[in-house]
Ligand binder design. Sequence first.
Ligand code: SF4
Length: 288
Amino acid sequence: MYNYPLYRPPSESNSLIIQATLGCSHNKCNFCNMYKSKKFTIRPLKDIKEDIIYFRQLYGYVEKVFLADGDALIINTEDLKELLKYIKDVFPECKRITLYGSPKSILLKTLEELNDLKNLGLYMIYMGVESGDDYVLNDINKGMNSKELIMAANRVKSSEILLSVTVIAGIGGVDNSKTHAIKTGELITKINPDYLGVLTLMVEEGTILYDKILNKEFKVLNDKEILNETKILIQNINVNTTMIFRCNHASNYISLKGSLPKDKQNLLNQINYYEETNRLKQEKYRRL
Ligand code: SF4
């Protein structure tokens, strides 16, 4: 049924996944090989609708739908509106429809178009930010600078579609760790998304980044450095309205969750505690 590989955000684990696009419209980030095997394609509406009818026969109750693959938001607005309406017609019990939206495809939509999508049930957009540091964004070939990321995020926020963003600890390497953390914290402060997910860089064979590491052009952070970077990131996030903070992905060394600004000190304390416990353990082992 699905065209693999298939990805969805961890929070969509109970959602029905409908593939509206295949692959990623950008597909050029230097650390990512998620969709390297796929040519980016917007699937014909007729095929997507056939999938929806098929899923209706399989599932009696569908509360949440996630439109995969990467960047379903790039579908032209009239088709996307038709698709959202169709999902609601076939699954009247559906309470939320979400998708990945690249900053570029967000900027291709006007605020009015986003408002229309919101009114037809688009509940949340997941947007990869990765870093707030222009040097790093350029280095990883994100195809966007920090100003454009802020513009895209603000447009989503203005439409009142919920915005969930991800950043990547360690993506700047050892040399850019501190500036990456500070500037990413500052960017998150400006965006003030509804949700922030902090992932940790996982190096994949076959990527440009992998070759850079082999050529000693990029130094990967160790666990202590990642934790320190995460601390600096949190210290530099000063949001005004509540933002759900998650650092509990499989890639993370430590599982953290809370909401900012309320839990800021608590999150920092948890990292400090983890660091101190680790230091004591290591001292103990050294003495053995
Ligand atoms: S990180 Fe996201 S935007 Fe970049 S290539 Fe991978 S899927 Fe596409």
